[in-house]
Design a protein around this ligand. Structure first.
Ligand code: NAD
Ligand code: ZN
Length: 353
């Protein structure tokens, strides 16, 4: 039986960058020939959504805008060209909503680098609404034995940190430092790193995050950057021969820790920049970078294969990161807490409330 799709739905709408976010009823969109319509049940709230609302990146958003790009739900309609997704399948809206599939990047499965990407909750409306559209080639396929609430943060945070860990080149048994470990990306990074056989040094601040990281996330060591006198020394102390971690994933949202990471990463190690603080620069001394053969690189979400792999880690029960659920109507409160750095793990919104 075809699902009953309403004409109207609830959504969080930004009319003006940095302006009020209105929880209101808007029309349910209709999918184009190569698209599916997903009845979003839950959506994670990523710090990127906060950047989009504030407009602090050098890339304009569409306006009015419905944010959100960690949306998990059920396919309720599909365009005529879509043959490989059925009505009733579970699927997810991720950051990369679509790409051209023809450029040299798309051809080599580097679709996040496509020069004409479609970005959910940024250049097209995203998952902070009850019905969202995704390009069929790109929507995440979610197995039915996976809960739609817990999987939602995997659709951006999980994929991104899983890809970042692969890009870091760290091998099982080695040590990785996660900077911003108590946040949404960071808490998942700790879990993926452990599942990939890595030892984790977690860097963040506050007792809630310390408790979560040392407790349920089971990291090897926690360093509170606001309490320690010398982050560099503390991080290096935690490694076997005191020369520093093999890799660092920086998912924090300010500039300082990006530069600091180059001071404590082990010679021949790699600093992977993932967080996207506004107006920030990467800077490292040329002398030490050369003579210690250190690498700095960026890592940006993941391709469709990374998406399926990240979901499969979750399905196998290897990824358990804490999340809190609130109603979609309470999105602004989540932004406030996020701005204050008060969120340990991820908040997700339930679109039925
Ligand atoms: P979040 O707000 O949940 O987490 C950020 C964490 O960083 C917080 O726990 C905060 O306490 C911590 N932090 C702040 N200053 C720190 C410091 N000096 N040292 C260590 N930790 C510090 O944010 P999130 O949703 O995890 O997103 C993080 C960033 O990653 C955002 O800028 C987001 O836009 C970006 N992002 C990038 C990609 C990508 O593909 N590269 C994908 C998704 C998100
Ligand atoms: Zn995101």
């Amino acid at each position: 039986m075809a699902p009953n799709i309403p004409e109207k739905q609830w959504a969080q709408v930004i009319e003006k960058t940095g302006g009020p976010i209105d929880y209101k009823e808007i029309p349910v969109p209709k999918p184009g020939p190569d698209e599916v319509l997903i009845n979003i049940k839950f959506s994670g709230v990523c710090h990127t959504d906060l950047h989009a609302w504030k407009g602090d990146w050098p890339l304009p958003t569409k306006l009015p805008l419905v944010g959100g790009h960690e949306g998990a739900g059920v396919v309720v309609a599909r365009g005529d060209l879509v043959k490989d997704i059925e009505i009733g399948d579970h699927a997810g809206i991720k950051w990369l909503n679509g790409s051209c599939l023809q450029c040299s990047f798309c051809q080599t499965a580097d679709e996040p680098l496509c020069p004409s990407p479609i970005l959910s909750g940024y250049t097209v409306d995203g998952s902070f609404q009850q019905y969202a559209i995704g390009k069929a080639a790109h929507v995440a396929r979610i197995p039915k034995d996976v809960p739609l609430d817990a999987i939602s943060p995997i659709l951006c945070a999980g994929i991104t940190v899983y890809k970042g860990l692969k890009e870091s080149g760290a091998r099982p048994g080695e040590t990785v430092a996660i900077v911003g470990a108590g946040g949404g990306l960071g808490s998942l990074a700790c879990q993926y790193a452990k599942a990939m056989g890595l030892q984790v040094i977690a860097i963040d601040t506050g007792d809630d995050k310390k408790k979560m990281l040392e407790g349920e996330l089971g990291v090897k060591a926690f360093i509170d950057f606001a309490k320690t006198k010398d982050v560099v020394q503390d991080v290096q102390e935690q490694t076997e021969d005191k020369t520093g971690p093999n890799a660092v994933l920086v998912v924090a949202v300010n500039e300082g820790p990006f530069q600091q990471a180059m001071d404590y990463v082990r010679p021949r190690g790699t600093v992977v920049a993932i967080g996207l603080p506004a107006n920030a620069f990467l800077k490292a001394p040329v002398f030490q970078t050369v003579t210690q053969m250190k690498t700095i690189k960026g890592s940006y979400v993941g391709n469709r294969k990374d998406t399926q792999e990240a979901i499969e880690f979750f399905r196998r029960g290897l990824i358990k990161a804490p999340f809190k659920t609130v109603g979609l109507s309470e999105l602004s409160k989540v932004y406030e807490l996020m701005e204050q750095g008060q969120i340990a793990g991820r908040y997700i919104v339930d679109t039925s409330k």
